[in-house]
Design a protein around this ligand. Structure first.
Ligand SMILES: C[S@@+](CC[C@H](N)C(=O)[O-])C[C@H]1O[C@@H](n2cnc3c(N)ncnc32)[C@H](O)[C@@H]1O
Length: 285
């Protein structure tokens, strides 16, 4: 494995916000804190989305149609995704490459939550009517499982750089919610999207044969066990020149550990590249 040169570091503002959140959590009853957190997170996301409009305006006046289209899609899926704009942009570029180069294989996302990034990928692969590719969306649809000891950094007493602990059920997106988004809001073809509901350790060993060749394997499951299961059951099916995206490599300690251990155990030499906000990817040779 090539030496990694860049991992995600939170900005001072985010670190300060984290401290403020810890303080508020300490003084508020849990139920109130939960309401407060959900409310502030919504405002934060709306602000980020509003600021993202600057790219749209820039490309519009520049007359850059290609980037205008990209920005439009990202802006549209942002309310449904926990992935930041840089992660969405990198996923867009990698999927676009697969489509433009007509690379063989389906797209798989492990860790779908409310389906924002899935909708971004679908927007590209179903753009032309004759697309035969499928999109596999694997998730418990019950939110995260609990982290295990492999996810904790003992010195930092935390599982990563997130603003608050992510307990069981965090990041929830239900199957009904995601189906509604994909099939009704975005109106993507019903027969090309396969929803795989359940814990990876139960579903992936049964489904991997059916999935077949993979052009993009997008793993966005935060924890050590979850990431490792996805790699172990699906990595061999990624086609040559296909991409593996690990959304939480620089933000969740267990995720990074799972990836590093997996690559070392297979003696794989890959060139890990970063998306600029904590996610990473590499192209299978
Ligand atoms: C960070 S969220 C995914 C974000 C999503 N890609 C987006 O666009 O917003 C992590 C997701 O992984 C799922 N997940 C994590 N570990 C899992 C496991 N072992 N089995 C099934 N689903 C899992 C959770 O249910 C959750 O929806």
């Amino acid at each position: 494995m090539k030496k990694k040169t860049q991992v995600y570091k939170k900005s001072l503002i985010v670190l300060l916000l984290k401290k403020i959140l810890f303080f508020i959590k300490a003084i508020l009853p849990p139920k109130w804190y939960d309401i407060f957190y959900k409310f502030t997170f919504k405002i934060y996301k709306s602000l980020i989305r509003f600021c993202y409009l600057r790219f749209y305006i820039y490309y519009y006046f520049k007359g850059d149609i290609k980037n205008l289209k990209k920005t439009k899609i990202i802006y549209r899926v942002m309310p449904y995704s926990l992935v930041g704009e840089k992660g969405l942009a990198k996923t867009y570029d990698l999927v676009k490459k697969v489509v433009d180069n007509n690379l063989e294989g389906d797209l798989v996302e492990c860790g779908v939550a409310q389906g924002g990034c899935a909708a971004l990928m679908a927007s590209l692969i179903f753009e032309k009517n004759n697309q035969t590719r499928k999109l596999w969306l694997c998730d418990s649809y019950e939110g995260l499982p609990d982290p295990t000891k492999e996810d904790f950094d003992q010195k930092m007493c935390s599982t990563g750089t997130h603003t608050q602990p992510m307990d069981k059920g965090f990041c929830l997106g239900t199957l009904e919610q995601v189906k509604q988004l994909m099939l009704e809001t975005f109106n993507f073809p019903k027969d090309k999207i396969i929803f795989v509901k359940g814990w990876f350790k139960d579903t992936l060993p049964l489904k991997n044969k059916e999935i077949g060749k993979i052009a993009i394997l997008r793993i966005d499951a935060d924890w050590y066990d979850s990431t490792k299961e996805c790699l172990e059951y699906l990595y061999d099916q990624v086609a040559a020149k296909g991409a593996i995206i690990i959304d939480d490599y620089g933000t969740c300690f267990g995720c990074q550990k799972a990836v590093d251990e997996f690559l070392a155990s297979r003696n794989l030499t890959v060139e890990i590249k970063f998306d600029g906000r904590g996610g990473c990817y590499w192209i299978k040779s």
